[in-house]
Design a protein around this ligand. Structure first.
Ligand code: GAR
Length: 222
């Protein structure tokens, strides 16, 4: 199916969250300051108590709860989510701490459109509790990845990675704080690149500055 190319002057985004929404806040701040030429058409949470919904409300952004517990199957939840998203006709779906696994039918229906931020240097530490596992394994480095979502969990092409060293004395809270600091700079930047056309997503691959991206961009080199 061909879809209309995104309006690079002003992307429309739907942001999916499950919790605090600090990444959502960084995107809201970037749009409000004019650094990011994008409009958040809606924030959708699968968790009714997600603080990110409050953030959306404060900034007068349409927000909805689609509680996965109200559905008898994953498929039914995905279908309801898809119906709601379709009504906003967004250019991109931005997963910002969205903690539900999306089924492959949903992902296929939104091919080249879904971005996710994950708190590890993918492909290392897919899944949950990344900070805990990194500490348990005495890793000396950790980080954040932003990637395209494909049916393989946390396995789509990686756009950018930000990394930071770990000290033996670092706690979970230290890693979370440092990861978030990076995330809040990285996500708005990637969306800005998309809005400028510097970054493009085609046929499940990433094109950066007109060239196929063969390795993730290193945030510290940007
Ligand atoms: C972020 O650290 C994000 O990387 C992580 O959830 C956090 C949400 O924070 N995402 C995942 O673990 C996805 N597998 P936020 O709600 O404050 O933006």
């Amino acid at each position: 199916m061909t879809r209309k190319p995104p309006d690079h002057r002003n992307l429309s985004l739907v942001v999916l969250i499950s919790g605090n929404g600090s990444n959502l806040q960084s995107i809201i701040d970037a749009t409000e300051s004019g650094r990011l030429k994008a409009r958040i058409c809606a924030v959708i949470s699968n968790e009714p108590d997600a603080y990110g919904l409050k953030r959306a409300e404060i900034h007068e952004i349409e927000n909805q709860v689609i509680d996965h517990r109200s559905f008898t199957s994953r498929k039914a939840f995905d279908q309801a989510l898809h119906r709601s998203i379709r009504s906003f006709e967004p250019d991109y779906l931005v997963l910002a701490g969205f903690m539900r696994i999306l089924g492959s039918a949903f992902i296929q229906a939104n091919v080249d459109k879904i971005l996710n931020i994950h708190p590890s240097l993918l492909p290392a530490y897919k899944g949950l509790d990344t900070h805990q596992r990194v500490i348990e394994n005495n890793e000396t480095e950790h980080g954040v990845s932003i990637h395209l979502v494909t049916p393989e969990l946390d396995g789509g092409p990686i756009i950018i990675q930000g990394r930071y060293p770990i000290d033996a004395s670092d706690t979970l809270a230290d890693l979370k704080r440092r990861g978030h600091q990076l995330e809040h700079r990285m996500y708005p930047l990637v969306l800005q690149w998309l809005s400028e056309g510097k970054l493009q997503i085609r046929d499940n691959s990433i094109v950066f500055e007109q060239h196929p991206l063969r390795e993730p961009i290193e945030f510290e080199n940007v």
